[in-house]
Design a protein around this ligand. Structure first.
Ligand SMILES: *Cc1c(COP(=O)(O)O)cnc(C)c1O
Length: 340
């Protein structure tokens, strides 16, 4: 690894484009809307949006006004939907955005989607008002499509019933898990985030749904040292050598998004899955090596068989949180994109 950076995140835009094509195929007659909030789930929203549109997505969706404005500049003609509440409706109108009515107040003077709460218990109305003339769509959000088929069926049924008589409005309900597993949830458009990035909404192998991970995260061994029996590495002395062993220090820590609860996960050192040992600190993590390796040896934190889902399992969280947690600001991981 050259330069000053301690780790590099590489985004394969070809993988994003192919995932979009796959999801569009799965969605059948429904349109694919690409969810690129949270900086494209940590992948870079502008680049990801371009790849998703090239792969057949017909709209972009984000959570906030601030996320939408730079995308409007980059994509003057794209349909752009803000799914969360927006205070500054004038700015949204100016930027030709589409908004969602998440409560009783319906924004005016721009295309609006009414959000019905069918069981998420978060944003959304418990009953649909008569649509005003700005209303172009009706939506809801699934609470548990990756884990609870019965409750998902209840939500789908509630939504279909509540919207059955609304002719001419676009009905959209499915997230990635809903799109992949519930054909009856696909309706007029599907809103896919996590699957677009090649991360499984089910926490398993993305290849099972023909999805390709788009993110690689690489670093290197900055230091290799021998520990004698009884010597330890890291805060709290959580790893103590029982026999003579070798420890490699990788200059990536929880401030880079390699979480403190990832002790016990594996990263790939010279092609070999290798255990992360001791406490992950702010700026460094430790791996136990079979033998002394030269400093500068490549370490793959995500990629080469280690997935974001693997790390999520160890940290007892979801892939979404691992991906959005990688820090590319202020000289932490450097993000580069390539067109694979
Ligand atoms: C984030 C979000 C999605 C995308 O969900 P994934 O599980 O990432 O596909 C869809 N709809 C709404 C309203 C969202 O907030």
């Amino acid at each position: 690894m050259q330069g000053v950076e301690r780790s590099i995140v590489t985004i394969d835009l070809g993988a994003i484009r192919r995932n979009a094509e796959t999801l569009r195929h799965v969605a059948g007659d429904a349109e694919l809307w690409a969810v690129v909030k949270a900086d494209g789930y940590g992948h870079g929203s502008r680049e990801v949006s371009g790849a998703a549109l090239a792969g057949g997505a017909s709209a972009l969706a984000v959570a906030t006004l601030a996320e939408a404005l730079p995308l409007r500049t980059a994509f003057p003609d794209a349909r752009l939907l803000v799914m969360g509440p927006v205070e500054d409706v004038a700015a949204a109108r100016e930027a030709r955005l589409e908004l969602v009515a998440v409560g009783v107040e319906v924004p005016e003077g721009l295309p609006v989607h009414l959000k019905l709460d069918t069981g998420m218990g978060r944003w959304g109305l418990s009953e649909l008002p008569a649509p005003s003339r700005d209303v172009v769509g009706v939506m809801s959000h699934l609470a548990s499509a990756e884990a609870d088929p019965e409750f998902t069926q209840v939500q789908i049924e509630r939504f279909r019933e509540a919207t059955a008589t609304l002719a001419g409005l676009s009905r959209h309900l499915a997230n990635s898990a809903g799109t992949l597993r519930f054909p009856e949830a696909r309706l007029d458009a599907v809103r896919c985030g996590i699957a677009l990035y090649g991360i499984s909404p089910f926490g398993g192998d993305p290849a099972a749904d023909r999805l390709e991970p788009a993110l690689r995260w690489e670093s290197y061994l900055a230091l290799v040292k021998r520990l004698r029996p009884g010597e330890s590495t890291g805060y709290g002395r959580r790893f103590v050598a029982r026999r003579e062993t070798w420890i490699g220090i990788v200059p990536v820590g929880y401030a880079d998004g390699f979480r403190r609860d990832l002790t016990g996960t594996r990263v790939v050192v010279e092609g070999t899955p290798t255990l992360v040992v001791g406490t992950v600190s702010m700026d460094a993590l430790a791996v136990e090596l079979e033998r002394p390796l030269p400093t500068g040896t490549a370490v793959t934190l995500v990629g080469d068989g280690v997935t974001i889902e693997d790390h999520a399992r160890v940290a007892e969280t979801i892939g979404y949180e691992i991906a959005t947690g990688i820090v590319t600001a202020q000289g932490r991981a450097r993000r580069v994109v390539r067109n694979g």
